[in-house]
Write a protein that binds this ligand. Structure first.
Ligand SMILES: CC(C)(COP(=O)(O)OP(=O)(O)OC[C@H]1O[C@@H](n2cnc3c(N)ncnc32)[C@H](O)[C@@H]1OP(=O)(O)O)[C@@H](O)C(=O)NCCC(=O)NCCS
Length: 175
């Protein structure tokens, strides 16, 4: 995918509490309404979640937070340091998530700002498809969220196994 020449693939490992100061620094540059430290601590404390850190030359370049609710994996947060974008960091994080879940029947969902064309393109490359909107989901500007799913059906071009009303769990807005 976005393998820029001469730039090594990032090293992907589990995200830990020790990474959080660097995570917060990226988070504040990535989103208009960044998550608080407490929100990351809460996500890291969930035993069924998968939280990943990407590093290049030992430095944190991006992270991904994913929670499991019942049978659905919910991608809660993905961000890459601005100067490291378009070099395959988010691709490496998502690839590792799919590998760690390791279940071809798994279903994944996320919300993304409708204006975030780059992120939507990234998710589409992984087989996510838009399946509805959440009206005025983002409180800072009242923007709608596009709900995306990646399921066995979306990988085959349909939405047949996507729930009609979105994920049935309390949702923390993706920032
Ligand atoms: C969205 C984001 C996570 C992408 O991270 P990234 O590491 O730059 O993504 P990758 O390099 O793996 O990109 C893979 C592909 O996704 C698509 N893509 C990613 N960013 C894009 C952009 N800004 N514009 C258009 N396409 C984009 C491209 O198809 C890209 O492949 P290419 O570079 O070969 O064209 C990053 O831009 C970011 O942190 N944005 C701010 C936070 C955010 O919006 N997070 C998502 C919230 S739901």
């Amino acid at each position: 995918m976005s393998a820029a020449p001469n730039i090594p693939a990032p090293d992907i490992r589990r995200l830990t509490y020790a990474d959080l100061p660097q995570v917060i620094a990226i988070e504040r540059r990535a989103f208009p309404t960044p998550w608080s430290l407490a929100m990351f601590v809460l996500e890291l404390s969930k035993p069924s979640g998968i939280c990943l850190a990407a590093r290049r030359y030992g430095r944190l370049t991006g992270y991904l937070v994913c929670s499991r609710y019942d049978t659905v994996w919910h991608i809660m947060n993905v961000a890459v340091a601005p100067e490291e974008r378009r070099t395959g960091v988010a691709t490496a994080l998502l690839t590792e998530l799919l590998e760690r879940v390791g279940d071809p029947a798994a279903r994944y969902t996320l919300e993304v700002r409708q204006s975030n064309a780059g992120a939507i393109r990234l998710y589409e490359r992984f087989g996510f498809r838009g399946a509805g909107t959440r009206r005025r989901y983002y409180q800072d500007n009242g923007e709608d969220a596009l709900i995306m799913w990646r399921t066995p059906a979306t990988l085959n071009g349909s939405l047949d196994d996507v729930p009609p009303y979105g994920p049935a769990h309390p949702v923390t807005p993706t920032p």
